[in-house]
Design a protein around this ligand. Structure first.
Ligand code: G4F
Length: 360
């Protein structure tokens, strides 16, 4: 007797922020797992170009905006059997949020409420799981390290206060309306796809320009800031696992190791065989090539934050225990991948020396 295998229907997911670093990795993971993927893009966002052609072929993009409830309702109601919503969109630059607190809150805080409200209006609460992109910026200064899911929040930027609203709104929709709604509290996660306004990619792209003889030096802000840096690809695997749990919950994803911005600079230069020595203090500190004595890094006050979260270090013990999540990249492997990718980008003309924005 011939056995007829019925093809199961693919899972359907919707990603807000699909054109960003995290969205693009998550999209690839979902496609690898056989999902039908839909993504939200702002009509003006040229960044949809950054989704490579083969990737775009497997994805349906919808034009909409986190500030427009109507478009969110229209899009969500047009997607059949949507099972998972990954809400990653938002204004993600902490420094910029001090200059644009209102629009940051509108996009991030109210934007999240709009997605959840759209789900509630469309009765998606019983059928569709929701993931909210939380952040280590929820924690304040001088918190005991490592931070866990039990560590109290004390946000110190407009970005982080908006994220606090997102976090609790997600919890509230879970408790009040019974949504399968989860938060990921992600510590800094980087990759060659990171924007150059974030410190890691700023450093690796500038080191690549120096390696190729197209720049002499670059400027940074607070070299003493300590961050727990992991690879975005690892973290998006974790995010996918969070929504596969039968019960919703809140999970930290972190590497459990912390390095200062100064150490990131040293590690990036080591990849191109340059040893950096530091001289001076505060705004007068410089990073010098120990062989040629050339100054490669200077400090500029304009890159300092109005208020700074000096040290962040997370414990992903819960995610490891419950989700079975384990990051694969080491700090050194992350830095190496970013520097080598940026050197290739410089050589092929995709990165060129530029005048950085004040916010870089
Ligand atoms: O790379 P950053 O701009 O990232 P930050 O502020 O930690 O936030 C990032 O990670 C969070 C956690 O995942 C996300 F929620 C958030 O959306 C974003 O993705 O800055 C890292 C550190 C800061 O302490 C900053 O003051 O580097 C310090 N820094 C020193 N010089 C600099 C610079 N940051 C930038 N962007 N540019 C500089 O020249």
């Amino acid at each position: 007797m011939a056995i007829v295998k019925l093809k199961s229907k693919p899972k359907v997911a919707f990603i807000t922020g699909i054109t960003g670093q995290d969205g693009s990795y998550l999209c690839e993971i979902l496609l690898e797992n056989g999902y039908e993927v839909h993504g939200l893009v702002r009509p003006s966002a040229q960044r949809q170009q950054s989704l490579s052609r083969p990737l775009r072929d497997g994805v349906t993009l919808h034009a909409g905006d986190m500030c427009d409830l109507g478009s969110l309702i229209q899009i969500l109601s047009s997607i059949q059997d949507i099972g998972e919503i990954y809400h990653l969109a938002g204004q993600s630059h902490v420094g910029l949020s001090f200059q644009m607190p209102l629009s940051t809150s509108d996009t991030n805080a109210l934007g999240t409420l709009r997605v959840l409200e759209a789900m509630r209006i469309l009765n998606l609460d019983k059928t569709t799981r929701f993931y909210n992109a939380g952040t280590s910026e929820l924690y304040g200064c001088d918190m005991p390290a490592p931070q866990t899911e039990e560590t109290p929040f004390y946000p110190v930027s407009p970005y982080a206060t908006a994220k606090q609203f997102q976090y609790w709104t997600t919890v509230n929709f879970r408790d009040a309306y019974g949504f399968h709604a989860s938060n990921g509290i992600l510590f800094n996660h980087e990759s060659p796809r990171r924007g150059t306004t974030f410190v890691t990619r700023k450093i690796t792209s500038q080191v690549a320009l120096i390696a190729c003889g197209l720049s002499e030096s670059f400027e940074l802000g607070n070299l003493n800031a300590v961050r727990d840096w992991g690879h975005a690809k690892d973290y998006m695997r974790g995010v996918h696992l969070i929504l596969q749990q039968p019960e919703p919950g809140d999970y930290i994803l972190a590497s459990g190791t912390a390095y200062s911005v100064r150490q990131f600079v040293e590690a990036a230069f080591q990849i191109i065989g340059v040893n950096i020595e530091w001289s001076g203090t505060g705004l007068d500190e410089v990073g010098i090539d120990s062989v040629t004595s050339k100054v490669r890094v200077r400090v500029n006050r304009k890159y300092y934050r109005t208020l700074e979260n000096e040290t962040l270090l997370g414990s992903a013990a819960k995610a490891k225990r419950v989700l079975g999540w384990q990051p694969k990249y080491t700090f050194r492997a992350l830095v190496e991948e970013m520097v080598l990718s940026d050197i290739r980008a410089v050589r092929s003309g995709r990165i060129f020396a530029h005048t950085p924005l004040d916010l870089d």
